[in-house]
Design a protein around this ligand. Sequence first.
Ligand code: GLV
Length: 309
Amino acid sequence: MKILFVAGDPKPERWTALIRALLPEAEVLAWHPDSPPVNADYAIVWQPPEALFEQEKSLKAVFNLGAGIDGLLKVRNLPGDIPVVRLEDAGMSVQMAEYVLHQLIDASRGLDMYRVQQQDSHWKIHRPIKREEWPVGVMGLGHIGKRVARALTGLEYTVNGWARSAHEIAGVRAFAGNERFGEFLASTRVLVNTLPLTEATRGIINRDTLSRLQPDAVVINVGRGEHLVDQDLLDALDTGQVMRASLDVFSREPLPEDHPFWTRPEITVTPHISARTLRDATLEQITRKIRDHAAGREVSGIIDIGRGY
Ligand code: GLV
């Protein structure tokens, strides 16, 4: 079996060596646009170029190195007749839960305020948190959204969830479909986005959405930058409708140096690190699925190209 590794890592051998170790029966090659076609059976990819699919016509499945497959769906000649498989969790959802809790607690416990006070050696105690004042709404209830919601219920926050389809998660008030979106927003002060990016979700955090949240809203975006209409968030911060935002993903990455998000004190910017790809867990999962697929066994995480995730 031949496996092609196709990602913009300057040191692809860090990946290919591990794939070889996990699947000793495979021939593993790092793809290069100048190399001749190798008739690979499987490709492990992150945002591959169209040239890959022009050259490789024997692929039996494509494995995405991330949970979000929006980058892959942009490739116009992505074959529609073979399974395209996304990463499922692989150590990412616990990191997302950690990130979201950290950002939420920073706001709800006023920890940012105490950091400022420390600069002046100022001992001042603010009133304790009332959990009922911080209802959280998690958009997207896949592996990641569910893990985030569960972590929040563990700390006894009020947790709402919203997804396209119905979900049952203990301790979470789950809303399904567009017709319940307004109700979800009205019950939410802290909006957490873990949605996949599709035509239906692009720009979903906009002026209208933000205006329907509870007052002094907080936005935590760990989905994709294109879910958010940047100017609408800035306007909502100006009017005070939104008090704070934690943004890990951006329409353009790296976030351009002159982007206003960098300098707004109410915004925390992190460089797409809320869930790092863990090489071992990622390749263990993908190589296991390749072995299963090669043996004719069912593989989970196959995306529905029409639906977009
Ligand atoms: C990272 O952004 C991913 O989609 O896994």
